[in-house]
Design a protein around this ligand. Structure first.
Ligand code: DUT
Ligand code: MG
Length: 582
C-alpha cells in the first residue's frame, strides 16, 4: 500500500470527476457480468441439442447469444468512453496544474532542475499516470468481476474439476508475482535512462552552436550513442524476461486445458457433467487466463504510475521561493522608483556574492554599476524585481520594504533587460509586445525607434512581422539586444534595468540609444550595468563593484578625481579606443 501512496494525491481529481467514475464502475459491472454468463447460454444450447431440440429453439438461443453479445459490446463502449475520458480529463488538469506550478517557480529552481527532466515529467510521467487511472482502473475492475463471477459459475458447475484445472493457473499467478519485482526495477531504470537521454538530446539541440564551433559533433554522437545503447540494453533485457514469462504462462495455461480435457472428458463420458457444461467450462477457463496474465501488467502499471506520481509530487511540492507573504501590503498598487539598499547581502547556496551594499537612488535618476566580470552586478539588480531575495539587509522601494510590495505590482513597474536576451519563436512585433498584448502598433514603432532597431527592421522582408527562429537565430546579437530593450520600454516602466544590454552594440549606436533613453521619460529611474565607461559616465551615481563589494562610488567627475580603479579603467578604455581609431 505504501508504494501506492503517491497516487492518493489524485484524490482531488477523482472527486472532481466522481460522476464519470460512478457511471464507469456501473458499466464495468454490467458489461463484465454479461460477458461472464455468455458460456452459460452456450451450455444450455448444447445440452438442449443433445436432447433433440426443435430448430426454432436453436434460432432463439442464437438470437439470445447475439443480443447479449451486442449489449455487452455496447456497455463496453460506454465504459471505455467514461473511464478513459475521465483519465484524459485528469491528465489535462494535471498538465495544466504542472505548467502553472512551473510558472510560479523562481530562478533558483530552474538552475537546480534539468530542462530535460522537467520536460520528461510532462511528456512521460503525466501520460503514464493518466494511462493507469484510465486503462489500469478499467482492467483491474473488469478482471475482479470476471474472476469472481466466472469462478462462482465454474465452482457451482463442478467444484472438483474447477480446483484441479486451476492448479497450473495458480502456478502461473506465482510466476507473475515473482517476476513483477524484476519488471518494476528494470522499468524504473529504463525510465531514468530515458530522462538522461532526453536531457542529453535537449542540451545538444540548444547548445548546437557551441558543439559545432568546438567540432564536438563526433564526441556528442558517441556519448549519445552510449546512453542510447544502455537504454537499448535494458529494454532488451526487459523484452527477454517478458518473453520467458509469457512462454511459461502459455505452457501452464496449456497444462490447465490438458487437465480439463482429460478429467472433464472422463466426467462427460461417465455422465457426471453434461457436454454443455464441459464446453462452458472450457470457455470459462479461457476467460480466466486474461485476468491472471494482466494482473502482473496492471500492478506494473500502477507501480510505474506511482513512481511517476512521486516524481510529479516532488516537483509540485516545491514551494515557490519567492512569493507574496503575509507581510505583503495589498494596498500598494503603484511604485514610482525610489530605490534604497541598506547593507544588502546576496548568497547563492553557501557562496557569498555580495556584502554590505548600500545606496539610494531618487525617482528619475540613473544608477550605473560597473566592475569586473563576476563581481556581482547581475546579482545586485536581480534583487529589484525579486528574481532572487537578499540574504541580509533591506531593500526599500518608495520607502516600502520590497517584500511588502505585491510581486505583481513590483514586476509590472519594472522593465528588465537581462544579460542574455531571449526571444520567442514569434514575430518581432509579438516579441516586443510580449506581456502587453493589446499594445498599439504605433507604440511598438515608437519603442523600436527609441532602441534604434526600427531601421534594421525596415530592411527585413516582413519588417515587424518577421518571424524569429528559436532563440532568435535570424537576428544579430545587437539586434536581439535592441529588440529586448524595446520590449522593456513598451511597458513604460518606472524602473528600467539594462544588464549589459548594449554589450553587442557599437559605441556609436549605444550612445544614441542612451541619449534617447535619457530624454524619453524624466520620471523613469534607470539602472545601467556596463563594462564600458562611455555608457555609464552620464549616470547620477556610479557604483564600482569588485568581489561583491562597492569599492568606489560617485559620479564620473568625482570618480575621475579619486584616481582609483574607475579612473584607471577609463584611461585604459580611452587608450584602447584611440588604438582602434588608428
Ligand atoms: N553566481 C551563482 N549562481 C548564479 C549566478 C551567479 O553562484 O545563479 C555566482 C557566480 C559569480 C557571482 O555569483 O561568482 C557573481 O555573478 P554575477 O552574475 O552577479 O556577476 P556579474 O558581475 O554580473 O558578472 P558579468 O560581468 O560577467 O555579467
Ligand atoms: Mg552579469
Amino acid at each position: 500500500m505504501k508504494t501506492f501512496r503517491p497516487l492518493f494525491r489524485l484524490k482531488k481529481y477523482f472527486i472532481r470527476y466522481k460522476r464519470d467514475i460512478f457511471w464507469g464502475i456501473i458499466l464495468v459491472i454490467f458489461s463484465n457480468v454479461l460477458y461472464s454468463i455468455l458460456p452459460k447460454i452456450l451450455q444450455y444450447t448444447i445440452d438442449q441439442m443433445e436432447n433433440g431440440i426443435p430448430i426454432e429453439k436453436i434460432v432463439l438461443f442464437a438470437a439470445l447469444f447475439v443480443t447479449v453479445t451486442v449489449i455487452h459490446s455496447g456497455l463496453r463502449f460506454f465504459m471505455r468512453q467514461k473511464l478513459i475520458g475521465m483519465a484524459r480529463k485528469i491528465e489535462y488538469q494535471l498538465r495544466n496544474d504542472y505548467f502553472h506550478h512551473l510558472q510560479q517557480m523562481s530562478l533558483n529552481f530552474f538552475t537546480k532542475h534539468r530542462t530535460g527532466d522537467l520536460m520528461a515529467l510532462a511528456t512521460n510521467d503525466i501520460p503514464s499516470v493518466s494511462m493507469t487511472i484510465g486503462r489500469g482502473l478499467m482492467f483491474l475492475l473488469s478482471n475482479i468481476i470476471v474472476f469472481i463471477v466466472v469462478l462462482t459459475l465454474m465452482m457451482r458447475t463442478n467444484l472438483a474439476l474447477t480446483l484441479i484445472s486451476l492448479i497450473p493457473f495458480s502456478l502461473a499467478f506465482l510466476v507473475v508475482l515473482k517476476s513483477m519485482k524484476f519488471f518494476i526495477r528494470t522499468f524504473e531504470r529504463i525510465q531514468s535512462q530515458f530522462a538522461d537521454l532526453s536531457s542529453k538530446a535537449q542540451e545538444n539541440i540548444s547548445g548546437v552552436r557551441v558543439i559545432k564551433a568546438y567540432v564536438q559533433e563526433e564526441n556528442e554522437i558517441e556519448s549519445f550513442r552510449q546512453l542510447n545503447r544502455k537504454y537499448l540494453h535494458e529494454n532488451l533485457k526487459l523484452a527477454l524476461a517478458r518473453g520467458v514469462v509469457w512462454s511459461s504462462m502459455d505452457v501452464l495455461f496449456g497444462l490447465s486445458f490438458v487437465i480439463l480435457i482429460w478429467l472433464g472428458g472422463l466426467a462427460v463420458i461417465r455422465d457426471q457433467i453434461t457436454l454443455g457444461e464441459f464446453v462452458a467450462f472450457t470457455v470459462w477457463l479461457g476467460m480466466l487466463s486474461w485476468p491472471v496474465i494482466s494482473f502482473g501488467w496492471i500492478i506494473n502499471l500502477v507501480q510505474r504510475a506511482s513512481a511517476s506520481m512521486t516524481r510529479i509530487n516532488r516537483v509540485m511540492d516545491i514551494e515557490p521561493e519567492i512569493q507574496d507573504t503575509e507581510s505583503c501590503d495589498q494596498s500598494i498598487c503603484h511604485i514610482s522608483g525610489h530605490i534604497q539598499f541598506i547593507n544588502v547581502a546576496v548568497a547563492y547556496e553557501d557562496l557569498m556574492v555580495l556584502e554590505n551594499i548600500s545606496f539610494e537612488i531618487a525617482i528619475g535618476k540613473t544608477l550605473a554599476i560597473i566592475g569586473p566580470t563576476g563581481s556581482g552586478k547581475t546579482s545586485l539588480i536581480r534583487l529589484i524585481p525579486r528574481l532572487i531575495d537578499a540574504k541580509a539587509g533591506q531593500i526599500l522601494i518608495d520607502g516600502h520594504d520590497i517584500r511588502s510590495i505585491p510581486l505583481q505590482v513590483l514586476r509590472r513597474h519594472i522593465g528588465f533587460v537581462p544579460q542574455e536576451t531571449f526571444l520567442f519563436s514569434e514575430t518581432i512585433a509579438e516579441n516586443i509586445s510580449f506581456g502587453e498584448n493589446d499594445a498599439k502598433f504605433e507604440e511598438i514603432g515608437r519603442v523600436a525607434r527609441l532602441s534604434t532597431i526600427h531601421e534594421d527592421l525596415l530592411t527585413f522582408p516582413d519588417q515587424y512581422q518577421t518571424l524569429i527562429g528559436e532563440r532568435g537565430v535570424n537576428l544579430s546579437g545587437g539586434q536581439k539586444q535592441r529588440a529586448a530593450i524595446s520590449r522593456a520600454l513598451l511597458r513604460q516602466p518606472n524602473i528600467l534595468i539594462l544588464d549589459d544590454a548594449l554589450s553587442a552594440v557599437d559605441t556609436y549606436t549605444e550612445e544614441k540609444i542612451l541619449n534617447s533613453l535619457r530624454v524619453q521619460n524624466p520620471n523613469q529611474t534607470k539602472i545601467i550595468i556596463s563594462h564600458r565607461i562611455s555608457s555609464v559616465k552620464h549616470a547620477d551615481l556610479i557604483l564600482f563593484l569588485k568581489n561583491g563589494a562597492v569599492v568606489e562610488r560617485g559620479n564620473h567627475r568625482t570618480l575621475m578625481a579619486e584616481k582609483g580603479l574607475y579612473a584607471e579603467l577609463y584611461q585604459q578604455q580611452r587608450l584602447e579606443q584611440a588604438l582602434d581609431e588608428l
